[in-house]
Design a protein around this ligand. Sequence first.
Ligand code: TRP
Length: 434
Amino acid sequence: MENKRPVWTSKYAFIVTAVGSAVGLGNIWRFPYVMGQNGGAIFLAVYILLISTICFIPLMNELYIGKLTKKECVGAYESINPKFKFLGILNPVTGILIAAFYFIVGGWIINYICKSFVNAQIVDYGEYFSSFIQLPFHPCVLTLVFLFICIFFAARGLKNGIEKANKFLMPLLAVILVFLVIVSLNLPNASAGLEYMFKPDFSKLNSHMVLAALGQAFFTLSIGMGALLTYGSYIEEDKNLTKSVYTIILSDTAFALLAGIMIFPAVFSFGLQPDSGAGLVFVTLPKIFSQIPCGNWVSFAFFVLLFSAAVTSGISVVEGPCATIIEQFKISRIKACTFLFILISVIAVPATLSFGLLSNIKIFDKSIFDFLDFLTSNIMLPMNALFLCLISGWYLKLKGKDIIKNKLFSVCFDVGLKYIVPFALICLMIAGLK
Ligand code: TRP
């Protein structure tokens, strides 16, 4: 069966969906805790510097290769050179592995939405969180529910599913975020949190932190999995791709900053620690919500916010592999999505159980969940981005002047694509292996 390739209904639809992919758990869950663990303001300064310079190049590159080849990942690599097909296959594989752990966190969020809605009284949030994730049944079901929601939108197609979800959820996300920022800034002693975010302590500058900022920047922009390549392939015409790329970067950074401004003043206002790691959003914040007036509704709003962000990104995580399956195997979108649902479930369920029932199964000394996170974030994403930069820069000999109007920018793009970004990505992978 021949499937006609979809195209964006408008430029706005493309931008809002690409921003939807970028803004996700990476911004609201991961960014604040990585920043909290890496010294606050100084991390933010380095992060902004990197995201506005180095990250521009692989982001532009992915979208451009999609737009140029008008194919999903595997087809795109294959059309450049059939020998590169294998490198293309690594992209949807990465997507399927990321999906497995991304959707687990999505399942936790659904649980917290329900708990806030019924105003469940929890005494010890740390204890509650760790015992919840160890349960054999609940987290698995919720992971599958979350996966189903994302796949459902992907199955409805670009116009009626993916675009519609993003056009609805992204403005909702922005409104809730602004509301929560206002709530947080009105807490007593909120300024301590702002100081932590914006007053750099230069003694905390080190190479480990620079690499953490770089890794976070790549992850949050959804680089290295072919999601953006696939979105790029649906572009019919964009005369100013540079502007679109900057809009994506700016919006993503704005969401991350607002997430920080929402979280840190609240954390400091209650005398809690900002460096509690992955539990920041699931343990520290609920503790705060339980102590403020109408806290369960604030909590509800927060987890709906997190849910919306995760769904729009989750859709992009599944759309890459989904487009590949549709076009490589020439099957319908519905069939591809059903297949993907089963495939991701087979990996996600054991990963969900790796906190409890399967906690004694270790891969390289890591639980299944930690291993998937490590393998995708530290190795596969930078590796895919590296291959694509090398292919564009050295094999296709892509020239900045063909895509970017500004002369200085285009020269920087050339140097970045061939040397600086590959070097940065290799450093990231080496650091990630440690
Ligand atoms: N960028 C998303 C976030 O910040 C996560 C994400 C979606 C992603 N698609 C991706 C990460 C593709 C890497 C590659 O949460």
